[in-house]
Design a protein around this ligand. Structure first.
Ligand code: SF4
Ligand code: SF4
Length: 342
């Protein structure tokens, strides 16, 4: 006869989850200390980590919670359309957390129903998490956190983490089966174009391209680091792409539902020409870190990309953007024109 924790784990494997562990909620207590340690190391990150405090103490919102069920979902099997390769971060392209058309999303719903049918009270937050996800996964033995701060399993760092709080105190740890970072390796740190990742496990979130091109992007025209964004338009994978522990982990064997069609609309030129209705209907629901009102930020990200990868055919797009109705877009375009003498 299986215990309830074994039944949960077995169901997770049947649904295709790679790893599944369960830990009592008190095993999360180290997360708060980690946040404080990070703020001490990089004081300018204090405001950013402030927003993570709710994840450090889930009992404030869910006083009934007793344990955390945490799982990994690999996404490295999907084909990356050429037009968005290295421009849009892969975790966002293959965001199974919110895309109801994917089998992974359906599995998340099925997993939740299974736990409810077992008589458990459960809660999750598919977009933003209910606990410090990487920390919970580490405590549950799902993998290790490497010097670039990402959680790695056998699938490399190309995994989404899903977690639920449940009202039963149980524990079932996974067997951790990945090696530590090679001694002396610092490839992720030396490849970081903005020096956001400045030392092992140490980063300045507000200097990270993934932050600055998505929810943190407020003022790219005045952001000197934007000159170092290279090929990135929305998000950045550089510190994961260069990592030897990710070598050979991306397989590209399956199409991601709807991505081939959508990605043809995500060329730099098409983003600059994109209208609000199309953005709200087709793009924003998938790339939710920018709100339905923030198409202008995508356009600024693209102008930044055009500046960093300038070619003659971009000239008209940049010049036309000087007449955009959005003040920030005009500011970015004027700034670039001055810089490039256009
Ligand atoms: S995601 Fe990019 S900018 Fe951010 S730490 Fe990694 S390499 Fe640096
Ligand atoms: S690049 Fe090297 S140091 Fe950085 S996470 Fe990968 S193995 Fe670790």
């Amino acid at each position: 006869m299986n215990t309830i924790e074994q039944m949960i784990q077995k169901k997770a494997y049947e649904l295709g989850y790679e790893k599944c562990g369960i830990i009592p909620i008190n095993k999360l207590s180290g997360y708060k200390e980690k946040l404080e340690e990070r703020i001490k190391k990089v004081p300018e990150s204090a405001q950013f980590y402030q927003t993570q405090q709710r994840l450090a103490n889930p009992l404030e919102e869910y006083p009934w919670a007793k344990s955390v069920v945490v799982m990994t979902v690999p996404y490295g099997k999907y084909k990356i359309p050429e037009v968005v390769k290295d421009h849009v971060a892969k975790a966002y392209l293959f965001d199974v957390r919110i895309d109801a058309n994917t089998e992974e999303y359906q599995h998340n719903r099925a997993m939740e129903k299974y736990m409810q049918d077992l008589g458990l009270q459960v809660v999750t937050n598919q977009k933003f998490g209910v606990v410090g996800m990487r920390w919970a996964a580490l405590q549950a033995g799902l993998g290790i956190i490497r010097r670039n701060n990402f959680l790695y399993t056998q699938s490399g760092s190309w995994v989404h983490i899903e977690a639920w709080l449940i009202d039963r105190e149980i524990e079932l740890k996974e067997t951790m089966d990945v090696p530590q970072c090679p001694k002396g390796c610092n490839r992720c740190m030396s490849a970081c174009p903005t020096k956001s990742l400045s030392a092992p496990y140490t980063m300045t979130p507000t200097a990270c391209i993934s932050f600055l091109t998505t929810f943190g992007g407020r003022n790219l025209p005045q952001q000197p680091l934007s000159k170092n964004f290279g090929n990135c338009i929305y998000g950045c994978d550089i510190c994961q792409d260069v990592c030897p522990m990710n070598k050979g982990k991306w397989k590209e064997v399956e199409e991601f539902p709807g991505l081939a069609e959508l990605s043809s609309e995500l060329t730099p030129e098409n983003i600059l020409n994109m209208d609000e209705d199309f953005y709200r209907e087709k793009v924003q629901p998938k790339f939710f870190y920018l709100s339905p009102e923030e198409l202008w930020k995508w356009k600024i990200d693209v102008l930044c990309y055009m500046r960093n990868n300038y070619k003659e055919s971009y000239k008209t797009y940049i010049i036309n953007s000087s007449n955009n109705e959005n003040e920030k877009i005009r500011e970015m375009a004027d700034f670039i024109r001055k810089e490039l003498n256009l």
